[in-house]
Each structure stands twice: as C-alpha cells, then as structure tokens.
Design a binder for this molecule. Sequence first.
Ligand code: COA
Length: 441
Amino acid sequence: MSKTSSQVDLIREAFHYQSRFDGSTMVFKIDFPVTRDPAFSYLMKDLALLAKTGFRVVIVPGAKERIDEILEEYKIVSTYKGSIRITAGAAIPFVEMAAFDVATRFITGLSADQEDAVIGNFVRARGLGVLDGVDMEHTGTVDRILTDSIERVLHLGMVPILPCIGWSPSGKPYNVSSDEIASTASAALGAVKLFIISINSGIQQNKYQIPKSIQVGENQRILRMTPQEAETILSLNQTEKTEDPPLRELRLALQAVKAGTERVHIIDGREEGAILRELFSNLGAGTMIYADEYEAIRGLKTSDIPGILRLMEPLIQQGNLVRRTPEQIQEKKADYAVFEIDGSVHACGALHDWGGGQGEIAALATDPAYTDLGLGRRIVHYLIHRAIQQNMKRVFVLTTRTHDWFEFLGFRECSLESLPPVRRQHYDHNRKSKVFALQII
Ligand SMILES: CC(C)(COP(=O)(O)OP(=O)(O)OC[C@H]1O[C@@H](n2cnc3c(N)ncnc32)[C@H](O)[C@@H]1OP(=O)(O)O)[C@@H](O)C(=O)NCCC(=O)NCCS
C-alpha cells in the first residue's frame, strides 16, 4: 500500500470515529506523575483539541503522589487501613492543598491551548465512618456526582475538573479516591468512554499470565479485551501482584464497565498522541476493555462490496488472490463472510459449495494494516463451522503462497484429483495452485 493511500485510510478512520463520538462525554482519569512527564503538554493540547471539536471532556486528576509529597513536607504521618489512607483532621487541609495544586496544573495546561476549565465541588461525599473499629476520619466515599453542575459547565463549552475531594451536605470535606470518582462520574454522566492515563506500561504479555485467546499487538500490548477476559487475567495473576499498578488499573476498568461505561481505555500518558490514536483508529495505542459490540464476523452485505474489493486489490496485485468483479461477488454474496471492527470491514473470506460434501474456502484476505491479529484464523474457523452446519465433509483451498499458513491450521496437501469434478474443470493450470484440504467429519 502506498504512503498516500495509508494516510488517506487513517483520515477516513478518524472521520468515522469523529462522527460516531461527536457530542459524547468522555472522562479522563489522569495520574499525577503524568503531569511531570514531558508529554503532558501534548496531552493537554490533545484534550483541548477534543473539547474544541465537540467532545465533552471531563478530567479527574489523581493526586496520590502529590498528597504523599505535601504530607511528608509538613511532617504529617499517614496511616492506612489496607490500601486506604486514613485522612486525619490535621491532614485534610494539606490533602485539599495537594488536590487543588494538581487540579490547577490541568487548568494551566489547558489555558496554554485557550481552553477554559473549571475546578469544582462536583462530588457529594460521606465519611467512611468506623471500619472494623478504625475511625476513617476525613476519608470518604462518593455519595453522589452532581451531574447538573457538571452538565452546566459542559454546556458552556468548558472542561470540568473533579479533584479528589468531596463535600458532605453540611460542607465537611472528605478525601475520596480519584478512581472511585472517575468510575462513578463516568456512569452518572453516561460517558461513552473512560480513559485511565498513567505512566505504567499496562498489562503486557511478557509480564503477566494472559490467556492465549487474547490479542496481543506490538510491544506485547493487549489491544482489547472483554470484561470476562479482564476477570480471567485478574484471577490468574491475583496471588503475586494484587496491588501492582497495571492490575489495579485493570480492576478499575472492569469496575467502570460493570457500572455501565461501555469502553474503558488504559493508556500510557508518556506516549505522545496516544489518546488521539486510541480514539481515532481501530488498533489504538492502549488497551481497551469493552462491553459493547465491537467486532463481529457476519455475512456480506451489498454495501460491503466496494470495501472488500479495496481490501483485496493489493493482494491481487501481489499475485496472492484471483481478481473478482463486483458482479461475481454479488452473485455469490451468501457464500461470503466479513470481519467487521467497529463498523468497518477488515477481513473477508468465502465458502463455496461444490457438491459431493466438499466446500472451497476462497477469497480469504486480511487488510494489510490488520495482519497477525488472528482475523484470518477466525474467519477460517467461522467458515469451517459454516461448512459443518451445511453437512460438508471436507473443506479445501487452492493456494499459491499461503500453504504454510493453512498447514498450520490443520490443512494437508492433497491431489487435484481429490477435488469435485466440476471444480477440477475450473482449475487454472497456469496458476498452478496447490490443493490443501481439511477433513471435518
Ligand atoms: C493469509 C492471511 C489471510 C492471513 O491473515 P491474518 O489475519 O494475518 O492471519 P492470522 O493473524 O490469523 O495469522 C497470522 C499468522 O500466520 C502467519 N502467516 C501469515 N501469512 C502466512 C503465509 N503466507 N505463510 C505462512 N504463515 C503465514 C503470520 O506470520 C502469523 O504468525 P504468528 O501468529 O506466529 O505471528 C493474510 O496474510 C492474507 O490476506 N494473505 C493474502 C491473501 C491470501 O493468500 N489468501 C489465501 C488464499 S485463499
């Protein structure tokens, strides 16, 4: 594919997502260490850009490390119950100072890009009270997110910032976890996405036990997972690394998805442009936990035909595929299946019935930008399943360059004579394709 056409594809993908999410609310939970990274100013630039182009951006700053620093500076010792900090009466003014200091960094960052923002008392909180005989003092939990106030700020075109402080109805301040604020605010505001942004590298395949079914991209990154897969990863890795930051982020993501946010993205805030790539391209730059219909294999619709012809063209030119006209594809439409990711087709294949219990898997193609992600394999498995449902006994392929791949999937080379007679008559002797078959019954 030429550089220009891949750039055009990228722009198409970006427009697709822009129109899909335009006007929707997105919550960004951003840890304090990100604000000290050189990439922070780019992150603010990108958030300002999103806010200007019609996305409703809400920011929840994490302040844990800044609170630690300020308490240490003022020689106030923190005690904990498990992993929860007990915020004593003497500490709460300093916790407020830290929370607002961090929130102000976001105002500063957004101001540099001419985007207005408001730090507000958007969280109604109540105290955790006495837990197992321990008075949690000024440590609180979210009672209610004041969505009306947040909506008013959004309506004025400004970015609401929710520091990790909540107030009781009588005005008593509580230190509330920013994770909890982020997940409850996402649910309360009906956010389509929650972004969890930190300086952790996320869940990588080489560091954790990951089920084989989960797709892994460049740098061992898990591209996406369902809530069930996230649960499996958490339970597989529970014993050794329960409080490990990437696992904690995954737990937060799962909690938010369960609370009703359809997509949660875990992003490394040190990577320039990561939010834009995650938002505007299918492959993204982080890990997405999704509860909605994100990808599916389905039958071909007439409106898919131009898309699959585009997808096949470079493979035809490389000699991997036989050229088909739109009319030929339309005629055999029922034989085709496509792999759709977020509304666009990225792989296809067909199963043609030649009678005698034999089916041919053909027209198999994966978008060159989406290879090695298991799309081809899943299409083949889908077509084999279809063949079983149609009472076929054997599926075969004619291939010039992909025999190793089919062999890996269990197909074995066989003679031309083993093909149904009618298919043999159509065999192109100039192309000299090899025949590989898989016995399914
Ligand atoms: C063959 C094809 C469909 C595979 O698509 P895909 O979505 O990348 O496949 P998967 O992700 O399921 O599998 C990728 C694996 O197969 C390997 N692979 C891909 N093409 C291969 C080939 N021609 N020979 C051997 N192995 C191959 C990859 O290296 C990768 O290995 P890994 O999992 O160890 O990293 C794709 O490469 C393609 O469109 N080829 C051109 C068209 C074609 O030849 N079609 C078959 C004729 S019907």
